[in-house]
Every structure is written in C-alpha cells, then in structure tokens.
Design a protein around this ligand. Structure first.
Ligand code: ARG
Length: 601
C-alpha cells in the first residue's frame, strides 16, 4: 500500500550505497505493527556480511557493522513526505508514518478501489485448479463439499492474486463401481428412478449399496445363494466387457445414468456459486492414455514386460536414480491392455500442459491419493515436462458427522444436500422468532446465505490436512470462528451506514485514535498481503483466519467506539469512512471465501 514511499527510499539507499561502494544486499521490507505509530523496516545484516566477506572497512563483527550502515543510511535519507521519522536500531532502519496520514490512506485506498481492493498485479503464469471431480453414479456427500469449497476458494485466491486461472473438473465416470450401479439399475430398477435432480443422484448410491450386498460373499451361504451370487457376478462382468467393447446398448445405458450424476453435480456447483471453465472426464482420456504408454516404452521410460506374461511398468525410483524407495514401481498398462487410474492422469496432465498452456497445476484431491499423485508427477518429470515441478497436490482429510465415519459401500454418508437443507431449516426457525418484521421470502434468502456460510466456513477454518467432525450446532453459532460471526460484522457495518442520513464526507484522522480503530485499520491494511500469501502457499486457511480476525476487530470497534453519537463532526465523518471501508474489506474477504454477505440477520 505504501510502495511509492518504499520505492523512493529504496532508490535513495541504493544511490548512497553505490556512491560509497557498499555491497548492498537485496532489501526485504517488513511492516512494523502499530506501537504508537505504523511503520516498515529493513535490515542491513546481509549487506554487512557481504562487506565482511569482501574484507572491506574495519574488522568489526557483522551486527556492529550492520548498525553502522543503518546509521549512515538513516542520516542520508533526510525527510520524505508522509514519513514522520526514521531510526537506526540493531542493524535495522525503521521508517515511521504519521499516524493520521497512514489511517487516512488505508481508508481512502479501500474506498477508492472498492471490490478491487487487494487485487494483486497481473502475473505471467496460468494456473489450473482441478477440483469438484467426484465419481459419477454416486451421491455428492459432505466430503465432496469440502473438496469443492477448498478448490473454489483456492481458485478465487489465485485469480485475485493476479494469475490467469482456469477451473477444471475431472469426474471419474468409468470403472467397476460405475458398472455395478448400471447392472443393478438394469436388472432391478429400470424406469423407477425418482424425478428430482438431487433425489435421482442420491438414489444411485442406494443402488450401489444394494448391489454390493447382493454381490458380497456371505458367511454360511447355501449352495443356491452361492450360485445366485455367481450368476450376478457373471452378469456384471459381462456388462463391463460390453462397455469396453463399445456395445451400443450398454453405452447408452451408461450415458443416461452418468448424466443423472452430472446433473446433480452441476446443481450443487450452482448452489455453491462455482462456475467451471473446463470439464475433463476419465472416459475421455482412456484411449489417448494408451498411446502415451507406447511413447513411454519407446523412450525407455516404461518397461514392457508383456512378452513375459507381465504388464507395462515404470520403475520410477530406478529411472530417477533414487537409491531409497520413494515412488516405487508402477503398472501403467495391464497385461490385458486396459489402462489404470495413473495412466489416465498422465494423459490428462498432457492435455492440461499442451492444450491449456498451464504453468502451475493444482490438484485438490483427498489426502489418501497423495502417493498416486506424487507418482504421476514423477513420471511427468521423467517424460520431460518442466511443469511437473509446478504440480501441486492440495490434499484434505476426512469429513465425518458426530454420529461416525462415512462409508459409501455401506451407504453411510452425509449427503451434502441433506446437511444443507438442515442448516437452512435451523437458521429459519431461529430467524422466525427473532425477526418477525422481515418478510418471509427475504427471510428464506437470508437463511440460505447464513446456513451455507456456516457450512462453507466450517470447511475452511480447519487446516486442510486435518479431519473434520462436522457439528452443525457449532457451525451455526454466532460466536467464535464461524461463518455467521463474520457475516454479522457485515450486517452491523451495513446498519450503521444505513442509519447515517448523509453520504460519506471528507475527513481527517488527526484525532486521538482509539485502540479499536487502530486494530481495525491495521487488519484492513493487511488484506492485500494475505491474498498473496494464501495464493502462493495454496492455503485457503490463511484467508479464513484473516476474515475472522478482521470481523473480530470490527465487532470490538462496534462495541467500544461511538460513531453516529459522536459530537465532533470530523471524528464522526472519519469513523463513518472507517466503517464503510471495513465493510468493503469484509465483503472482499467473504467473496474470496465463497460466502455471501447478508445485509440483515
Ligand atoms: N474422481 C477421483 C475420486 O473421486 C478424483 C480425481 C482426482 N484427480 C485426478 N487428476 N486424479 O477419487
């Protein structure tokens, strides 16, 4: 936010060092948190170390030398507009702003940039974020919601940080699980599917569970039961074989049932305000991945052991020259000519790099697939893709309900839509008592914003690697680290501004600021750098924690500092500007978190 001053000072320092033949190291600036004043600082230790290495000047130890340089720099800088004073302490140069200037500039900058406040400079790289890629013929459960929310928020962060961003999905739409559901449908349920988009998607899971019960070997089976089960198994296998051979009837059955899942997925993405740019499917990369196997064999990256009755494998560790086991040896084509999940990931990555010109490729995928993805990235490296170095797996842990762990095979999953409906129902029942004056329709809209906000924030406020036990009571609380707590800060700011009868007026901050105002200004000023940090480190949690701190600062301000009741006109105007700016930063932060900002609650 103070690049201009920083640049000016940096130039002065460089000039001074060149003139005096001092081997200046790169200057790293840091903000000084408020302690009576705001400021920023840089150290001269590296420069002092450079000097010592070159044997220049006196033989003083590095810290002493750093302090000497800092003092010289300080005396050279003279006065800079907007800077109150400069000090040289312990090898650092600390530069302080006039508090009223600083406050004024933070608030003005936010108000001038509005929804764009915090956006980073345009960067020359294209980033693809792949997420929301559940397998079809299944239902969308709360674990998928965690995936989708993490991915969407990461995409928003990366985009706002200044990268060209492409959102991609990659549903798994083939394999034994898919065939199992198709077989069950065809045999027992044809034409009985429910009509609602969510109901039909969820229903496929029921079929899957039932099919697994029929196909599972039981203890003490009677001979009739055994032969029945084997007959079912043979039918399923036959259907798989036909699918593989491109049988028209089976393919059509597949297309129709697959579309039911995709329709549900699109509906959920719509509810979460996710707009995908690209849809990849596992079935699309199956064929192309076979050609890749041939290429890898020809280039001696893969070993073809089919002539000896084996498969096509990649001895990743050996090819990379690793002596310790890390990536192991992987099959990329079975003896019968079928591809694997890994093979398809190689084909997918090639499309991402070559057709979409992706420089950085992020995969938001369950942590349990970590080894798989590391193997894929390692093979991409052997294959010669420089982008393999910029492939990143954002893993995440389990989501369970207090009732216990989930299992799709047994049908024990928390369906996202059900949890979502429940959250909204609960908010509505509270709202109905509290806010009788809000029309019912409006109330429903607000309840959806709060219920979903609670759900989304509870997925973001936990480190992605940790498991989550989703507790709906806690998530909906208006206190503590929750979505509604942050949304409520927005509601309060909005209501103050609504009560003020005039537009924002110019004002100065040259009065004694309360500690709540200082904290709020400090939080607001940190937003742009939090955006960059969260994007660079691929960590939505950083923005989630920041939004909480910001809301917290606003709530404290709201409780302690009068705004509309202030006598002094200038102070009142300054505080109204501060409230408007805080509201804006809360909106911007919530938007990055894919949470809506209600105006009432
Ligand atoms: N469909 C997979 C699953 O549900 C996730 C896909 C992950 N992405 C990838 N490129 N392998 O487990």
């Amino acid at each position: 936010m103070f690049q201009k001053e920083q640049q000016l000072i940096e130039e002065k320092i460089k000039e001074f060092c060149t003139a005096n033949d001092i081997a200046l190291a790169e200057l790293k600036w840091q903000a000084i948190p408020f302690s009576g004043e705001w400021g920023f600082s840089t150290s001269f230790f590296q420069t002092a170390a450079n000097e010592a290495k070159l044997g220049k000047g006196n033989k003083a130890p590095v810290p002493q030398k750093a302090q000497e340089i800092a003092e010289q720099v300080k005396s050279q800088l003279g006065s800079v507009a907007g800077i109150s004073h400069i000090e040289a302490v312990k090898g650092y140069v600390n530069i302080y702003f006039k508090t009223s200037d600083y406050a004024h500039r933070v608030v003005d900058e936010v108000l001038a940039n509005g929804t764009e406040f915090g956006r980073g400079d345009v960067k020359p790289e294209t980033v693809m974020v792949e997420y929301a890629q559940p397998n079809t013929h299944h239902s969308f459960h709360i674990g998928h919601a965690r995936n989708t929310i993490l991915g969407e928020v990461l995409a928003r962060l990366v985009e706002f940080a200044g990268y060209k961003t492409i959102r991609a999905s990659y549903p798994g739409d083939l394999g034994l699980g898919v065939i199992t559901v198709m077989w069950m449908y065809e045999k027992f349920y044809k034409g009985q599917e429910p009509t609602g988009v969510h109901e039909r998607g969820q229903w496929l899971l029921k079929l899957y569970v039932e099919a697994n019960q029929l196909l599972e070997k039981k203890e003490n089976e009677t001979p009739e039961q055994t032969s029945q089960r084997e007959a079912y198994e043979a039918e399923r296998r036959d259907m798989y074989r036909k699918w593989d051979a491109g049988d028209e009837y089976v393919r059509e059955l597949w297309r129709v049932t697959r579309e039911w899942s995709l329709e549900e997925l699109r509906e959920v993405l719509h509810m979460l305000d996710v707009k995908m740019d690209v849809w990849f499917y596992e079935s699309d990369v199956d064929e192309p991945s076979k050609a890749i196997v041939d290429e890898l064999i020809a280039r001696n990256i893969a070993d073809d052991e089919r002539p000896n009755g084996g498969a096509v494998i990649v001895k990743i560790d050996e090819k990379l020259g690793l002596t310790k086991e890390k990536y192991r040896t992987n099959v990329i084509l079975r003896g019968d000519g079928t591809t694997l999940y890994l093979t398809k990931d190689l084909a997918l990555a090639k499309v991402k790099f070559e057709q979409y010109h992706v420089d950085r490729s992020i995969y938001v995928v369950d942590s349990r697939q970590s080894l798989h993805l590391q193997q894929a990235f390692a093979i991409l490296k052997l294959w010669g893709f420089p982008q393999s170095e910029k492939c990143y797996h954002l893993g995440y842990g389990f989501v369970s309900l207090p009732e216990g762990a989930m299992s799709s095979r047994k049908g024990r999953v928390a369906i996202f839509k059900e949890v979502y409906d429940e959250a909204i129902k609960r908010v509505l029942s509270v709202e109905a008592e509290k806010s009788v004056d809000i029309p019912a329709e409006e109330r429903e809209k607000i309840a959806a914003q709060i219920g979903l906000g609670a759900l989304v924030y509870s997925m973001l406020s936990v480190d992605n690697n940790k498991d989550i036990v989703f507790n709906i009571e806690e998530a909906l609380s208006f206190d503590g680290r929750t979505g509604p707590y942050i949304q409520n800060a927005h509601v309060r700011a909005t209501s103050i501004l609504k009560k003020s009868t005039f537009n924002l007026q110019p004002a100065t901050f040259d009065y004694e600021l309360t500690k709540q105002e200082i904290e709020l200004i400090e939080q607001m000023s940190q937003f742009p750098q939090k955006v960059q940090q969260a994007a660079e480190e691929y960590r939505p949690l950083i923005m989630a924690m920041y939004a909480y701190e910001l809301a917290n600062a606003f709530h404290s301000f709201y409780h302690a500092v009068p705004v509309l009741q202030t006598e002094n006109e200038n102070v009142k105007n300054a505080r109204l500007r501060l409230v408007a700016a805080a509201k804006q930063v809360i909106v911007n932060a919530l938007r990055l978190l894919d949470i809506q900002a209600p105006v009432m609650m």
